[in-house]
Design a protein around this ligand. Structure first.
Ligand SMILES: *[C@@H]1O[C@H](CO)[C@@H](O)[C@H](O)[C@H]1NC(C)=O
Ligand SMILES: *[C@@H]1O[C@H](CO)[C@@H](O)[C@H](O)[C@H]1NC(C)=O
Ligand SMILES: *[C@@H]1O[C@H](CO)[C@@H](O)[C@H](O)[C@H]1NC(C)=O
Ligand SMILES: *[C@@H]1O[C@H](CO)[C@@H](O)[C@H](O)[C@H]1NC(C)=O
Ligand SMILES: *[C@@H]1O[C@H](CO)[C@@H](O)[C@H](O)[C@H]1NC(C)=O
Length: 696
């Protein structure tokens, strides 16, 4: 302004154009406060910057390092906050910031940008080519809860300020280039209910720091993954006081010394202590939960089940101690016994090949055999395809609990040749008597379909032990694929989801109409669908309810209710039918389409009724918003790609009145008729890994 005035006074005869310009400027200036302020007034008092300002001034340059980053270029004050990649924002009342908030004209994006009430909730940029460092200023983001920056190239040390972050509770820096020590301050996060801490795959070193306080517990921490680093020192024993811990990975580090016995007091679901230099005697874990792979690659002095016997026993084969442990672990010892028996039968079969094989062709072989383990007579029924086991294989097998259900326990048993089998040991008293059980099992053993997990054998011991032997499939359950929030799982786009849904539908159609005697599944749910790397779905657990005593069947139905799969008519008549299977399939299809867990949420206790969610969305005309965002990736028209039809189909399956639900043949037909167009993603399973939480 001053310069223009000078210009004016200097020119004796101002040309009219300049005057006009000046006039214009004078008119404009007062209305534009930022320019007016900078030109005439002292700078405003500095209040603390808003989160968005902080992100732009400090977080962005530090994360980005020296290379301009494509995704971070969306973090720009001229761009509405809702479009900044990888960030989620909340207002002070906890309501989320959505792009629709920008459509109201009185809220300019600039005012939001400076709004101290708008706070950053999460920063999720996995696999985003970040080459900088972890910003120290993270501690100034008062509402930041989760930080997912795995699979980048962040380098440097972990700043100790990270521990002063007031809300941070979920931290993932998997696979970066971080060096130096883990700061002691990290345990401060436990006061924020730290739930997961992942630094796998960096070059962190030093010992894992002890918390500053004695008897410290981090009771909400569920996942601690420090694997694939260079951590040294002894096993951090204080961790065994973290009661809530379910997954612990210290694999591939440089730690040594004894693994403390107190580790077996934790209810761990996953453990990895492999490839360190641990020595001494292993703790005795309940139920022989962990296989040898959990401890492999340590000091040769490391011993005890599942590794070699500490008393100098042989390494190969099951030591008597291990057998005893296994027997205790499995309560009845049926696994060892049955496995020995299978081996025995196989050995005999080899000797009398022709004879047995002709029986196999008919469907199954049944043998009354002498229990070699001293268990007296038992009954073994073999079905087609159970040829691969030998006595030696089975003697070297190690068991691992996969899951417990209301009626029994599921084990993965590893054979020495590398093969695996899945075993279901039925809980004592859960099963009907042998005479009424056997016909059902024979029927189940004959079922063969690409989308069903085959039952290979059944063992019924003298003392009533009952064991179902299935093929083992190593891949994930649909439940894990849909709801596990870990980074690195395959993206479930529509083409893949459609393939999975069709697979499950075909499996059910086969059970309902493809057999001489129809079978109802009785327990359709995403946990019972195993999905392989080519997205072939295999349904398991079919027909098991038929073998159970009524009390257990009731329990199964009660659980189906909690988990949201129970058809309304089961309230009165407790008997599953093909119609109740169709209902459960409808819920499963909605679960896929919405990406939401049905039923009671174990954390919040809230009950999620998926059909109601869809009904509400349809009434409010927001149908397109119910779909899982991952599903819509690359979809131009949800109508042309069959998504909308699938939603309608799912709702039809969930009809409260059983008689109006379609049958499974109809479901298969409709899914086949409404396929997604672009199915190329199906054929390259390793392509696109998930960027979970990145909302774009
Ligand atoms: C946000 O504000 C900037 C600067 O005021 C403006 O250039 C931009 O067009 C605005 N964007 C939207 C979507 O309103
Ligand atoms: C933002 O938009 C959502 C949905 O349109 C609305 O529920 C919420 O109240 C809005 N928040 C503000 C602060 O305008
Ligand atoms: C990361 O960088 C590579 C090569 O520099 C580029 O091809 C890729 O698109 C980038 N990825 C992202 C998410 O920016
Ligand atoms: C254990 O960790 C090692 C090293 O990080 C890894 O190679 C191995 O696959 C892991 N094993 C299991 C069972 O997770
Ligand atoms: C493992 O520990 C033993 C002593 O217990 C030591 O002699 C050996 O060098 C260590 N191995 C490695 C690879 O650090």
């Amino acid at each position: 302004m001053a310069s223009l005035l000078q210009l004016y006074s200097l020119s004796s005869a101002p040309p009219p154009l300049l005057l006009l310009l000046l006039l214009l400027l004078l008119l404009i200036l007062p209305t534009n406060p930022s320019i007016a302020a900078s030109a005439t007034l002292p700078p405003p008092k500095t209040s603390s910057p808003s989160d968005a300002e902080l992100v732009l001034a400090k977080i962005k340059p530090t994360l980005q390092g020296n290379t301009e980053n494509q995704l971070l270029s969306s973090w720009d004050s001229t761009n509405p906050l809702c479009q900044w990649h990888g960030l989620t924002w909340v207002f002070s009342d906890g309501s989320p910031l959505l792009c629709s908030n920008f459509s109201s004209p009185h809220r300019s994006n600039l005012s939001l940008f400076k709004d101290p009430l708008l706070q950053l909730l999460s920063l999720q940029l996995p696999d985003a080519n970040l080459t900088g460092e972890i910003p120290r200023d993270i501690a100034d983001l008062s509402s930041l809860k989760s930080l997912y920056l795995g699979f980048n190239s962040l380098h440097g040390n972990i700043p100790l300020e990270i521990g002063y972050s007031p809300s941070l509770s979920d931290v993932d820096f998997t696979h970066n280039l971080l060096t130096g020590a883990l700061p002691t301050s990290i345990w401060n996060l436990c006061a924020n209910r730290l739930a997961a801490l992942r630094f796998r795959g960096n070059s962190l070193s030093g010992t894992i720091p002890e918390p500053a306080l004695p008897d410290f517990s981090c009771k909400d921490l569920r996942v601690l993954d420090l694997g694939d680093n260079e951590f040294g020192g002894r096993f951090p024993e204080f961790i065994t006081g973290f009661d809530g811990l379910r997954e612990l990975d210290l694999g591939n580090n440089l730690m040594f010394g004894v693994i403390p016995e107190s580790l077996n007091g934790l209810r761990l679901e996953r453990l990895n202590l492999s490839h360190n230099n641990f020595s001494g005697q292993l703790p005795i874990f309940k139920e022989m939960k962990f296989g040898a792979e959990v401890f492999e690659g340590n000091n040769p002095g490391l011993c005890g089940y599942p590794l070699k016997d500490c008393g100098g026993g042989r390494r190969s084969g099951l030591s008597s101690g291990a057998i005893a442990a296994m027997v205790i672990g499995l309560m009845t010892g049926a696994v060892v016994l049955a496995s020995v028996l299978i081996g025995y039968v196989q050995g005999r079969r080899r000797r009398e090949r022709g004879d047995v094989e002709s029986k196999l062709d008919e469907g199954d072989v049944e043998e009354n055999v002498d229990g070699g383990g001293g268990g007296g007579e038992g009954k073994l029924v073999l079905f087609q395809g159970a040829e691969h086991l030998t006595l030696e294989d089975v003697l070297n097998a190690t068991g691992q609990v996969l899951e417990k259900t209301s009626y029994g326990t599921i084990y993965k048993a590893k054979l020495a040749d590398g093969g695996n089998i899945a075993l279901r040991l039925l809980r004592e008293g859960s099963c009907k008597d042998r005479a009424s059980c056997l016909p059902v099992i024979r029927q189940l053993g004959r079922v063969r379909n690409e989308n069903l997990v085959p039952l290979r054998a059944f063992y019924h011991g003298q003392r009533g032990e009952k064991l179902l032997i299935y093929d083992y499939f190593p891949h994930k359950s649909l439940f894990d694929l849909l709801h596990d929030t870990r980074v690195g799982k395959p993206v479930l786009n529509w083409a893949r989801c459609h393939k999975i849904a069709l697979g499950v539908a075909r499996a059910l159609a086969h059970l309902h109409t493809g057999l001489e005697t129809p079978i109802t599944h009785g327990n359709v749910r995403s946990k019972n669908v195993i999905v392989d790397e080519f997205f072939v779905a295999r349904l398991t657990e079919f027909g098991i309810d038929k073998m159970m005593v009524p009390a257990v069947t009731d329990e199964m139905i009660a659980l189906a209710k909690t988990d949201g799969y129970k058809a309304p008519e089961l309230q009165k008549m407790k008997k599953c039918s093909s119609r109740t299977d169709v209902y459960a399939f409808g819920i499963l299809l909605l679960e896929i389409l919405l990406g939401k867990k049905p039923g009671k949420d174990s954390r919040s206790g809230e009950y999620v009724d998926l059909p109601s969610l869809v009904k509400v969305a349809v009434l409010e005309e927001t149908t397109m918003e119910v779909f899982d965002v991952a599903l819509l990736k690359g979809i131009r028209s949800p109508m042309e790609e069959g998504l909308v039809q699938a939603l309608k189909l799912a709702m039809g399956c969930c009809a409260p009145v059983a008689s109006v639900r379609p049958d499974m043949d109809e479901v298969v037909k409709q899914l086949e008729e409404n396929r997604p167009r672009n199915r190329s993603a199906l054929y390259s399973p390793t392509e696109t890994r998930s960027e979970i939480g990145t909302p774009f």
